[in-house]
Design a protein around this ligand. Structure first.
Ligand code: ZN
Length: 286
């Protein structure tokens, strides 16, 4: 049976996902834009007046259940209230400032050299945004992050990106859909020689995640597994026109890549994890 949404709205956390502070008069919780405000101001992304958010769950042995939320304002106005003002105005804002010179040519599709420092700075900024996005609250649903507090702490303190994270970037033909598009998929898979006990209401902790994110002409593909044994699920297809920036390469990677993503190819990329889950039910890994 599909999970019946609880009527009561899930409230956003009252504490910062990074420092666990905030929610006080001296340090209020703060809105973090997924598409940073400086991106909207540069005119590099389309400014739309509305967007739709879809939340899908895939209960065991049944079809996915999709909930649709119509939202006022384009996706560029999307805000997630999971960080405190202190974090937002200090180390997070430094990461925004640091990434700008590296990110802007990518979004415009202009020539750039992806040096080691460029790859690292861009990857860290993407990881910061993923940590924020995965803690987003949808009306009836609690967040389903795969990363824990230890990971968030070490990222906040030292910028460390954990093992199992892979990030690639590519360029697309520039249609509106992916110039301002964001898709995140997460699943809870079990590595076991025998099929596991059924989980109640699909509430197994999520341990694998993909994010496909379009900003202007740039396409970002992020994949992460917590269990290294599951890396093969997220094997990247060598035909995808992606330049891997994390784990980074010591070689300078030229930008833009020679091949361009077609929108349908991005759709397929974004749906890859969902496809896998749909065709492998129940999910367990021998
Ligand atoms: Zn904080």
């Amino acid at each position: 049976m599909p999970e019946k949404p609880r009527r009561k709205d899930v409230r956003p956390p009252q504490k910062c996902i990074f420092c666990q502070g905030g929610g006080t008069s001296g340090n209020k919780m703060s809105d973090e834009h997924l598409w940073s405000t400086w991106l909207a101001r540069t005119g590099l992304i389309p400014l739309l007046s509305e967007h739709v958010e879809l939340r899908g769950t895939k209960p065991r042995n049944s079809n996915p259940v999709i909930s649709k939320f119509d939202k006022q304002g384009g996706a560029q106005t999307k805000r997630v209230k999971v960080v405190c003002t202190n974090c937002n105005n200090t180390w997070m804002s430094r990461r925004e400032k640091d990434v700008k010179p590296y990110l802007i040519p990518l979004i415009k599709g202009e020539k750039a050299d992806l040096t080691e420092i460029a790859q690292t700075t861009i990857a860290q900024w993407i990881f910061m945004k993923v940590l924020v996005a995965e803690n987003d609250v949808y009306r009836h649903y609690a967040p389903d992050p795969i990363f824990n507090q230890i990971t968030r702490d070490s990222f906040r303190i030292s910028g460390k990106i954990p093992k199992g994270v892979k990030i690639g970037i590519g360029i697309h033909t520039g249609e509106e859909k992916w110039s301002l598009g964001f898709q995140r998929h997460a699943a809870g898979l079990i590595s076991s020689p025998t099929p596991p006990e059924p989980s109640f209401n699909n509430l197994r902790p999520k341990n694998i995640q993909t994010v496909t994110w379009g900003i202007g002409k740039l396409i970002i593909y992020f994949s992460a597994v917590l269990d290294p044994g599951m890396e093969r699920i997220l094997t990247w297809n060598p035909d995808w026109p992606l330049i891997q920036i994390w784990p980074r390469s010591v070689l300078i990677r030229p930008w833009p890549p020679t091949r361009t993503f077609h929108p349908t190819a991005i759709d397929r990329l974004a749906a890859a994890l969902e496809e896998f889950i749909f065709h492998n039910d129940p999910i367990w890994m021998a």
